[in-house]
Design a protein around this ligand. Structure first.
Ligand SMILES: [Zn+2]
Length: 459
């Protein structure tokens, strides 16, 4: 019996992951991601998938990020009724992320209809909150390291990838063939999450390549955080940190608490102004089994790892608006991470013209976003249709990435006892994927190449 795999999405791009595994008896979808980014890519969400959802036996999910999970509501809407297997941390995060993604979709369709900005009449959401609930009802959490059978003749299990809470490396075997998919790989020696677990063997390996051509700077994050907080304290101003709700916000809270405890920065009031980040932080706290030894020590000492001493939550819009009158020094963490939307826009609108304000970007800023413009030194940005002058100091660091860089991917690959028969680079821009393949063939001597969209391979 042959075991075949077809790459749909995330081959030559970083989003839209969907890999179809077929044996003579089973059809399983590995990942169910949404295409994100430029229009020609996001339009692909509207092309009917090459896989008929009603013919699938199961979905296996590496982690909750929307580029890996966001198409699930549409799959459920189009007739998929079988289990969605993932870790329990991923299941918890999906419960906040899928309804939120659906809500944004509905809002956007409504906005297009209201303003006439649509070629489709009426503009429809890709999926609704109801579709998201339909998908969530299919979620079947499985513990890390516990083998399960997603379909007849197929065995699977998850191991820790360390990328975000719940993130897994997916292991599948059928007909004596072993497929391992890295999902998104995390980093080594970073706060909160444990290091990616080593994998012993695979016949076919799919490895992510987001940072396959880059190295993260070391220690940069601590220095930049200290600079930013010290500056806010001295100027008695705001330190505003646009941050992603899942992963980044928790790491910031963890690092701020550590730096305060070590006396390296003053204890300032810290506001978490994001309902999604507040919920995600609670989910992170509920899964101590995934925390690294350092975080476990903090918890064993009776401390809350994500709650600095002067920590406040702003769950409601009214809470967020009350912050407007808050004078510094104060630290406010609000989404979105690239300042493309969310509550951080209101704060930026008010605070950017104030030279006493410090803005700190802690993640990748895609070109074309407000975050990128500010990071690159824009003196004026457009927010809510108004030109806002930038007198604030804007700082940034890329060192808080949740993705393994080139050397960290290679470190994980070196954990294999022998070379997989073939390694495919997935989930990366073309240059990054090609660079990783070169590294793998040159430094490890393994056969490797970049996966092509629509390509079908034998496992
Ligand atoms: Zn991810």
């Amino acid at each position: 019996m042959s075991v075949a795999l077809t790459f749909y999405g995330a081959a030559g791009t970083v989003t839209g992951s969907k890999f179809l595994l077929e044996t003579g008896r089973a059809r399983i979808l590995l990942e169910c991601g949404m295409f994100q980014g430029p229009r020609e890519l996001s339009e692909r969400n509207w092309t009917p998938p090459a896989v008929d959802p009603t013919t699938l036996d199961a979905v296996l999910l590496s982690h909750a990020h929307i580029d890996h999970s966001g198409y699930l509501p549409r799959l459920a809407r189009d007739g998929f009724r079988k289990p969605i297997y993932c870790s329990s941390g991923t299941a918890d995060l999906l419960r906040i992320m899928l309804p939120d993604a659906a809500h944004l979709n509905e809002e956007e369709a409504e906005h297009r209809n209201r303003t006439g900005a649509t070629t489709h009449r009426p503009a429809l959401p890709l999926f609704t909150v109801e579709d998201a609930e339909r998908a969530l009802a299919l979620v079947a959490p499985v513990a890390f390291g516990t083998p399960f059978s997603p379909a007849p003749g197929v065995e699977a299990s998850f191991s820790l990838s360390g990328h975000i809470l719940g993130a897994a490396v997916v292991h599948v075997s059928a007909a004596g063939r072993r497929l391992v998919y890295s999902g998104d790989l995390g980093r080594y020696d970073v706060p909160i999450m444990r290091d990616p677990e080593a994998v012993a063997e695979a016949d076919t390996l799919l490895v992510e390549s987001t940072y396959g051509d880059r190295l993260h700077q070391k220690d940069d994050a601590t220095r930049v955080l200290i600079d930013a907080v010290t500056r806010a304290a001295k100027l008695r101003g705001w330190l505003l940190m646009p941050a992603f709700a899942i992963g980044r916000a928790q790491e910031l809270l963890y690092r701020l608490r550590e730096l305060e405890a070590a006396g390296r920065i003053p204890e300032l009031p810290i506001y978490l102004d994001s309902p999604m980040a507040i919920q995600a932080t609670a989910i992170y706290a509920r899964h101590p089994d995934e925390h690294d030894p350092e975080t476990a020590r903090v918890e064993a000492a009776g401390q809350r790892p994500f709650a600095p001493p002067r920590f406040h939550l702003s769950p409601t819009v009214a809470d967020s608006k009350r912050l407007n009158d808050r004078s510094g020094p104060v630290i406010v963490i609000a989404g979105s991470g690239m300042a493309t939307g969310g509550r951080v826009l209101h704060h930026l609108e008010r605070r950017l013209p104030d030279p006493g304000t410090t803005v700190l970007f802690v993640g990748y800023q895609a070109s074309g976003t407000r975050g990128r413009a500010l990071r690159d030194g824009a003196k004026m940005v457009r927010i809510f249709g108004k030109e806002i002058p930038v007198a604030a100091t804007v700082l940034s660091t890329d060192a808080l990435s949740a993705h393994a860089d080139r050397d960290e991917i290679v470190r994980w690959l070196k954990g294999f006892r022998k070379a997989p028969a073939m390694t495919y680079a997935v989930h990366g821009e073309p240059e990054a994927a090609a660079a990783l393949v070169l590294t793998v063939t040159r430094t490890l001597g393994w056969p490797a190449r970049v996966a092509r969209d629509g390509e079908r391979i034998e496992v």
